[in-house]
Write a protein that binds this ligand. Structure first.
Ligand SMILES: *Cc1c(COP(=O)(O)O)cnc(C)c1O
Length: 453
């Protein structure tokens, strides 16, 4: 590409493209022209390791030959078939595969286009279920959600969201939600020193809420095991299974939002598998097509499905034009095939251990407050005062500067404020992991040494 066409593209990018979660006043164009495996190449020919999986969705690397071939093959059959009253073989086969691998009891699934929509679907299904089940409980109309939750950007998913800087602005548009503390193991509740004690603390908070309000609550929604956009907040062991027991006990549906944690990311195929729980509804998106094409699903139990059978009044009046798109379904089937043919989870476990080992020395850095990890999700939280766990005053500036310095080293990262996230494709290699950690370490010293002088 010539210098002038590069400049032209960058100019058009800054002038016309309104980027997601980006302050356009100081956007610096980074234009990726191609990618293969875990390596991105920009229009100037620079390469970067994709250390956050193109925002948490890439699974087996870019341009995987099996996924590419599956999409091409489908393209020669049909690119799109509506899911409104009709079907196609590829989407049907994907549905069966997903039902087979997901937690027991989730035998039905509804296709949509993105994670936010899959959450909307789950919430509407939960609501309508109580209205029309045998022996209806029409007062069950509310939701419980966690502090700092992130479930997407449509207004329903924003209502259950709890990240102040994203959600505060829209408050007048949102419905009320019953909120409980984010089950955090870094900043423990007062008077607790051990993460294992936190489990009981957070669960008793949930139980008192349920005791008081269960007759009006339709569902509780949770990002199981790791709350992503909150800053990769990791839940204490036993919390998730406790949540499942309590929601069952008080007759409240449980929605597991596995949009970010599904498909091997945390070291199990689904985060719910870590504590062997069966939610009533489960949302999947980001990793579903291996990070290739937009697609999401909401899985539901037969108990819920049955409540929607009957006359037209029982129908679920909801749908997205491209839900169940066969090109996306072909990519999703190929994604699942590769988990088997490449034994992806073996690499996940090996790279998880390697990362943990390599990151240990970083804990000695005076501004590294916490390094937490579940599978191939790592969060390095930078703080101004390590003892007090005090955040930096200019929130986000340090995280941004560290990631910028890492980019100069050939590693692309995107922080959550001052938390550095390492979340590479599951196919990441041993040498790429070494390079990612070395770049982060270099970047930390570069940025924080300047700040200290
Ligand atoms: C990304 C995300 C969503 C939203 O998915 P989109 O495809 O971006 O709409 C919902 N829930 C969680 C937990 C997520 O991380």
């Amino acid at each position: 590409m010539t210098d002038s066409s590069i400049d032209q593209l960058k100019l058009w990018d800054s002038e016309h493209v309104w980027h997601a979660f980006t302050q356009m006043a100081n956007y610096e164009p980074l234009v990726i022209d191609s990618a293969i495996g875990c390596l991105l190449t920009d229009i100037q020919g620079n390469t970067y390791i994709d250390a956050v999986s193109s925002l948490w969705c890439n699974v087996h690397g870019h341009q995987h030959p099996v996924i590419n071939a599956a999409i091409r093959k489908q393209l020669d059959q049909v690119a799109h078939v509506t899911s409104l009253g009709m079907s196609n073989p590829t989407t049907i086969q994907l549905a069966k595969r997903l039902v087979d691998i997901s937690p027991d009891g989730l035998n039905h699934l509804f296709f949509s286009g993105d994670g936010s929509s899959s959450v909307e679907v789950a919430m509407k299904m939960a609501f309508q279920y109580w209205q029309q089940k045998g022996g209806p409980q029409p007062n069950k109309t509310k939701y419980i959600a966690l502090g700092n939750a992130y479930h997407g950007d449509t207004l329903g998913s924003v209502s259950v969201g709890g990240v102040q800087r994203f959600h505060e602005m829209f408050k007048p548009l949102l419905f009320d939600v019953l909120r409980i503390d984010s089950p955090d193991t870094y900043r423990l509740p007062a008077n607790l020193s051990q993460p294992q004690d936190a489990t009981q603390y957070y669960l008793s908070q949930l139980e008192s809420l349920l005791q008081q309000h269960h007759s009006t609550i339709a569902a509780m929604i949770i990002e199981p095991v790791v709350q992503g956009a909150a800053g990769m907040i990791m839940q204490p062991a036993g919390y998730l299974v406790g949540v499942r027991q309590l929601t069952k006990k008080y007759n409240v549906l449980l929605i597991a939002d596995e949009v970010a944690v599904g498909f091997g990311r945390t070291g199990a195929m689904f985060a719910c598998d870590h504590e062997n729980i069966q939610p009533d509804l489960m949302c999947l998106a980001k990793g579903l097509t291996g990070g290739y094409i937009t697609m999401a699903v909401t899985l539901a139990t037969t108990e819920i499905w049955n409540a929607f059978l009957g006359d037209s009044a029982h129908t679920f009046y909801h749908g997205h034009t491209y839900g169940g798109n066969p090109l996306a379904a072909a990519a999703a089937i190929a994604n699942l095939d590769i988990f088997e043919s490449e034994q992806t989870m073996v690499n996940v476990h090996a790279r998880t251990a390697q990362l943990a080992n390599l990151l240990k020395p970083l804990m000695d850095h005076p501004h590294v407050g916490d390094i937490r990890q579940r599978g191939l999700i790592v969060a390095i939280e930078l703080v101004s005062d390590k003892e007090q766990k005090t955040p930096f005053e200019n929130l986000g500036a340090t995280g941004t500067a560290v990631c910028k310095a890492a980019l100069e080293q050939g590693v692309w990262l995107r922080p959550l404020r001052d938390t550095i996230v390492i979340m590479p494709p599951l196919s990441i290699s041993k040498t790429e992991i070494i390079k990612i950690v070395a770049s982060v370490e270099h970047a930390l010293h570069q940025v924080l040494d300047i700040n200290r002088t």
